[in-house]
Write a protein that binds this ligand. Structure first.
Ligand SMILES: [Zn+2]
Length: 184
């Protein structure tokens, strides 16, 4: 992989982001100043939406942090070829965007991914955009892992403090028929 200096990557990414006003809001929820990307879809995302993209899986969306992950020239080129504006146009035109929400399971999304990949491959024929093997642990993995740990800690606390309520159950026996017989 053509790893480039982190400093250089940051410089290139911030100028790409600044190139379009739409790149300065999350593609999915329009939150300002997104710090995450879907590399293979060329999208800028906020942390929450990046987390959702992670759940779609790398076959749909490959998530990187703009500042915390390492970037190579091919990833950067994907962002250069893509961008929020271009994706919005494509998804709108082909019906994957309804009420400003993208259905990422729509085949149109995979078509766009392939379209973007073809453009990037032209410039970088020797490398694959997304590794076929499971992706390395990256910044989002670490953050999600940390969040999960904290969640577990919270749950444990709750278990310790919440006392189980005693449940009383009233059982009424119907003794009408056998009450007499037991005395005789
Ligand atoms: Zn968002």
């Amino acid at each position: 992989m053509n790893d480039i200096l982190a400093e250089e990557a940051t410089k290139q990414l911030s100028s790409l982001k600044a190139a379009s006003i739409l790149n300065n809001e999350c593609f999915d929820c329009t939150l300002k100043n997104p710090q995450w990307c879907s590399v293979n879809l060329g999208l800028y995302l906020c942390l929450d939406c990046a987390g959702k993209h992670r759940q779609y899986g790398v076959t749909i969306s490959f998530v990187r942090s703009l500042s915390l992950d390492s970037w190579n020239t091919k990833y950067i080129n994907s962002m250069a070829q893509g961008g929020n504006h271009k994706a919005k146009e494509f998804f709108t035109k082909h019906g994957a965007l309804k009420d400003n929400k993208v259905n990422y399971h729509d085949p149109v999304v995979l078509r766009y991914k392939a379209h973007l990949k073809a453009l990037v491959d032209k410039a970088h024929p020797d490398t694959t955009l997304v590794q076929k093997t499971s992706p390395p642990v990256d910044a989002l993995d670490q953050m999600l892992l940390q969040a999960k740990k904290e969640e577990n800690r919270e749950e444990k606390k709750e278990i310790q403090t919440v006392q189980p309520k005693a449940t009383t159950r009233t059982v009424t026996f119907n003794n009408k028929n056998n009450s007499k017989s037991s005395y005789y």
